[in-house]
Design a binder for this molecule. Structure first.
Ligand SMILES: Cc1cc2nc3c(=O)[nH]c(=O)nc-3n(C[C@H](O)[C@H](O)[C@H](O)COP(=O)(O)OP(=O)(O)OC[C@H]3O[C@@H](n4cnc5c(N)ncnc54)[C@H](O)[C@@H]3O)c2cc1C
Length: 321
């Protein structure tokens, strides 16, 4: 029997898996094609590559900073320099912005590299049997002593509601959406910025992927995120009118940059239903010692990848107690 089954290989899942694997047998199941979760990278047949989730890491927590400095030494991540334009004019906190050396899922890939992982493996049902868990993955059953869930809150609730303590069920956690457009435009337009934070009715943020100096491309690649208000308006209906909403986002972006629609070679839109939670709760993670059920994820602590890491560290301490 597996000691720890872990659902998810995002920052929370890969961190807790890495910590537990030092002394226990661990197996990861992720419905995605690889590690990363909301920090994943999208690569297209034409060679264009976009960090369409996590944009960059800007650490606050001392231990997390130390963790990143160590990863920088190992050449897993690097500093993201250049001209970061902030049109919201808010006061800037000093510090380094970090990105993955090859893509923003590099940290997760590094953390799970020696762990048994099952991708394209969705956990569809969990059942508690006296002293162990049975999980259903792609019509196959697995047994494990401990079960750790690291998916966004609503997905966790669907799977585990009947096993959760009443107090925890009282928590109000609302995950907000995000719309992300990915575009390739003519290389002749050398736009000398690495990123733009907007104060705009549609847009929230844009990253110039070329500024990350990871690979050669004949395009100018941009990842463009909507703001939260716009995403909330369209997240439930965008799939039916994908082309239209993609064009709405692109048009706004091109207008600001003074570019023409005809200069676009490639475009794609991704909707994140559960992008982030703005309202942290008091708990950093959840551990039911009796059932041996653990839960961690960014949404306990806030909207950023650092929050997922802190949550996983907290759960690890609880399990080891
Ligand atoms: C558009 C966007 C931009 C962001 N920008 C930033 C930023 O600039 N800076 C920052 O710090 N943070 C940013 N974030 C937030 C950051 O990406 C998250 O905080 C972090 O990645 C969350 O990690 P996690 O492990 O908690 O969850 P996730 O990364 O969501 O991991 C959960 C994993 O569970 C898997 N899963 C779900 N259900 C199942 C199932 N039933 N069976 C098997 N597997 C399942 C998923 O495939 C996923 O891999 C951004 C997020 C988004 C969406």
């Amino acid at each position: 029997m597996i000691e720890f089954c872990i659902l998810g290989s995002g920052m929370a899942g890969s961190t807790i898996a890495n910590l537990l694997s030092k002394k226990s047998s661990v197996e990861i199941f992720d419905k995605a094609r690889g590690a990363g979760g909301r920090s994943s990278n999208r690569r297209f047949k034409n060679g264009a590559s976009f960090d369409h989730g996590l944009q960059y890491i800007f650490p606050k927590n001392k231990l997390f900073k130390r963790f990143l400095i160590n990863l920088e030494r190992k050449k897993i991540i690097k500093k993201w320099e250049g001209n970061h334009l902030d049109l919201t004019l808010r006061v800037k906190r000093p510090g380094n912005k970090y990105i993955g050396k090859k893509s923003n899922s590099d940290i997760q890939k590094y953390l799970v590299k020696n762990i048994s992982t099952n991708y394209k493996s969705s956990i569809d049902k969990i059942i508690y049997k006296k002293d162990h868990w049975v999980i259903l993955v792609n019509n196959k059953f697995y047994r494990c002593r401990n079960l750790i869930l690291t998916c966004p809150y609503p997905q966790m609730l669907t799977l585990a509601r009947k096993y959760l303590k009443k107090n925890f069920l009282k928590e109000k956690i609302v995950m907000q959406p995000n719309m992300t457009a990915m575009i390739a435009i003519k290389k002749d337009y050398n736009i000398p910025v690495s990123s733009i934070r907007f104060k705009n009715k549609i847009l929230g943020w844009a990253t110039n992927e070329n500024s990350k100096n990871r690979f050669k491309t004949k395009f100018n690649l941009w990842t463009i995120q909507s703001n939260e208000t716009f995403a909330k308006k369209i997240i439930k209906k965008y799939k039916k009118r994908k082309k239209f909403y993609l064009q709405v986002i692109i048009k706004e972006f091109l207008n600001i940059l003074g570019l023409k629609n005809s200069d676009i070679f490639f475009k794609e839109l991704h909707g994140w239903k559960y992008s982030h939670n703005n309202e942290p709760i008091k708990l950093n993670s959840y551990w039911d010692k009796k059932l041996r059920l653990g839960i961690c994820g960014d949404w306990f602590n806030g909207p950023r990848v650092e929050d997922a890491w802190i949550s996983a560290q907290d759960l690890y301490k609880k399990i080891k107690k």
